[in-house]
Design a binder for this molecule. Structure first.
Ligand SMILES: [Zn+2]
Length: 677
């Protein structure tokens, strides 16, 4: 089943997009240096000309992109190591393994059992296909869509739960745009050659999948055109990614009766009862225009075309656990065409990813026991406190902010909760049925379980104990609606953190990651939330204006960068992340110099303490990637390309220029340096 991109579907801003698509390759764990990774350097490069090349050039040359990768970098290296641990736990569960851990092992075994998957062919989908065949008119749609949503087929729209941003202690229902097969709405609408080519290949892929499922070739071709046409209509009604970054643009609280008046052609009572949602009166409709358009589409599109769309989406969602012909077709379009990946990942790694995504906490406990030490937790907590102190100092000294807003900012900072490692209470999967001969059914049931778990929250107090990431994930996040920063055990390892390693490198890497998440609470989105997580303005008009001017400087800076030789970074799409990178690195440097670096003067490997902080940051971003993946990232990902995550912030910092003794006219010294935090 398709994997949701963690940071886009929940109210969270994170360090990188979900690593769900990271891929496999067995590598020995690299030697862990005690300070800067000198083998990653390119000493022929001038740090004042291209710091990324200086810090990472050696690593980039030594780690050519494997055929089964679209990108490969330090995050991937670590995620590989984490997944090797999960693989071992799944392939040979210890004798004392918990019931959930054994369930995860069965789930993995079913996913690995290709011969059963081949033998059963499309039999596991028979019931779902029959249900679609029996659709007669638009009145049948609410029940059919509810069933498809339950098993993870993302048709038409998304229904779930969210924090009520007018009262952040409560959870309300949420209805959002959705239903697209391509990863971005603009790919359906833009007229450039690349988008046109992608649409053409996409239509051919839809046609192929329908044919593989038994459609007559002529019918499959007609249906594929109908599918792309239908999705294009949904895309037109969707709000684009930059528009969605404004929090108030996606908050439209209304009653169920209001919603029914907005979309008279779609019976919401039928849908919510079929999906077994708790009774509710109020919900948030993120993009009302989308639902207006959907209402028209449901009434004006031939039912056979809608059925073709639903059938395609069912096959698409199921592809990873269908027979090889479907897996290969899915790979050819979504991995090769869209991302430039040349070969599929090994099966074991796709199946570990599937377990991680569907039953992640069932294996999380074993992972934590093996990897996460009390020392790591203590060190991280210490860094969090140091970084928060640096932020206090920063807010206090801001020349552009009034005392009134500073006071409010300080109140918000004091309220930021920090969580490190793993959840206090593990998710209980005892109600999920897993069978060793039913890979697709397992996935569907795990998704249905997760959906019910989410829907049950509607009308309830916000659950502040739950995590939006699994402990084995190499990532971190900030939740604006909960005002907390979260660091899974999976990222608190080399190259991000290592016990006993040079503190300058630990602060430059893990410390700056902490600073990044903390700064999200005060970026262009986060600043609009109050200490409790409500969407409430606490800024004076003049301070808000000063902030926006500073943010615009950052947006313009990054819009000037290009990737893959021809594609601009979108400075507005990436503004929050770039603000967090810039703030995070500065906070980490301040925290280090106030704390463990206060007396440090000695060079290590020829680098001063300040230089090692900057190198610590830069070296977590060493990466190789395919041009197709870079272009798609620039279009869809709120994070900038790795090179600019290094050169963007450092070129804004006089502290960097001083540390590396760069001349005033050096490329890495920006004349109009941007600074928000
Ligand atoms: Zn982030």
């Amino acid at each position: 089943m398709r994997r949701a991109l963690v940071c886009l579907v929940v109210l969270a801003a994170c360090l990188q997009l979900s690593s769900a698509f990271v891929v496999a390759q067995s590598r020995p764990a690299t030697a862990m240096p005690a300070a800067v990774d000198t083998s990653a350097l390119d000493r022929k490069a001038d740090p004042c000309v291209d710091f990324y090349q200086f810090a990472c050039g050696g690593w980039i040359a030594n780690n050519p992109l494997p055929l089964d990768r679209r990108t490969f970098g330090r995050f991937t290296e670590l995620q590989d190591r984490n997944f090797e641990i999960l693989r071992r736990v799944l392939e040979s569960p210890p004798a004392n393994a918990s019931a959930d851990s054994r369930k995860a092992a069965d789930f993995y075994a079913a996913c690995m059992d290709e011969s059963t998957i081949e033998r059963r062919a499309l039999t596991p989908l028979t019931g779902d296909v029959m249900m679609l065949d029996n659709l007669r008119n638009p009145d049948d749609l609410p029940v059919a869509i509810a069933h498809l949503h339950e098993i993870g087929v993302a048709v038409f729209f998304r229904f779930g739960a969210q924090t009520d941003l007018t009262d952040a202690t409560r959870t309300i229902a949420n209805l959002d745009q959705g239903g697209l097969g391509l990863p971005d709405r603009d790919l359906y609408l833009q007229s450039d050659a690349r988008s046109q080519e992608i649409r053409r290949t996409y239509a051919a892929h839809v046609e192929q999948m329908l044919t593989l499922a038994g459609a007559e070739p002529a019918a499959a071709a007609t249906d594929a055109q109908a599918v792309v046409g239908f999705e294009t209509a949904l895309a037109k009604a969707s709000l684009d990614r930059v528009g969605r970054r404004e929090p108030s643009a996606t908050q439209h609280r209304m009653t169920l009766a209001d919603l029914q008046r907005l979309t008279p052609g779609f019976d919401w009572k039928k849908y919510t009862s079929a999906i077994d949602a708790p009774k509710f009166q109020v919900l948030n409709v993120t993009v009302p225009d989308f639902f207006r358009a959907m209402n028209t589409l449901v009434q004006t599109t031939a039912i056979d075309e809608i059925k073709a769309y639903l059938r395609w989406q069912l096959l698409h969602a199921s592809a990873p656990v269908l027979p090889k012909t479907f897996v290969d077709a899915d790979f050819a379009f979504f991995s090769r065409t869209l991302n430039g990946q040349q070969e599929p990942q090994p099966r074991w790694r796709r199946c570990v990813t599937e377990v991680d995504t569907r039953l992640g906490e069932a294996v999380g406990k074993a992972f934590v026991e093996e990897t996460f030490s009390a020392q790591a937790k203590d060190d991280t907590l210490k860094m969090v406190q140091d970084i928060k102190n640096a932020m206090r100092q920063d807010i206090d000294g801001l020349p552009w902010m009034s005392g009134q807003t500073k006071k409010a900012a300080m109140t918000k900072l004091e309220a930021v909760a920090d969580r490190i490692g793993y959840p206090d209470a593990w998710r209980d999967y005892s109600s999920v049925r897993v069978a060793r001969d039913d890979a697709l059914g397992n996935v569907q049931r795990a998704i249905a379980f997760e959906r019910q778990r989410t829907l049950k929250k509607i009308g309830e107090p916000v659950d502040r104990a739950g995590w939006s990431m699994r402990p084995q994930t190499v990532n971190a996040y900030y939740s604006p609606d909960r005002n907390n920063i979260n660091f899974p055990a999976g990222i608190l390892q080399p190259p991000f953190y290592r016990a006993g390693r040079d503190a300058a490198v630990n602060y430059g890497a893990a410390g700056a990651v902490i600073g990044h998440e903390l700064t999200h609470g005060f970026d262009d989105q986060g600043r609009k939330f109050d200490p409790e997580g409500n969407l409430r303005d606490w800024w004076t008009a003049a301070d808000a204006k000063a902030f926006e001017e500073r943010a615009t400087c950052v947006a313009d800076q990054y819009s000037g960068y290009t990737v893959a030789g021809d594609t601009h970074v979108n400075g507005r799409l990436t503004l929050g992340e770039n603000t967090a990178d810039n703030g995070g690195l500065r906070l980490a440097l301040t925290a280090y110099l106030n704390g463990p670096g206060a007396k440090a003067k000695d060079k290590i490997d020829g680098f001063t303490p300040e230089q090692r902080v900057f190198l610590g940051w830069a070296q977590i971003w060493c990466e190789n990637s395919r041009p197709e993946a870079e272009r798609l990232r620039a279009q869809t990902n709120p994070h900038s390309s790795s090179k600019y995550r290094v050169n963007g912030p450092t070129s804004n910092m006089p502290e960097f220029a001083k540390a590396f003794q760069c001349k005033a006219n050096a490329p890495m010294v920006k004349t109009n340096a941007c600074r928000v935090w």
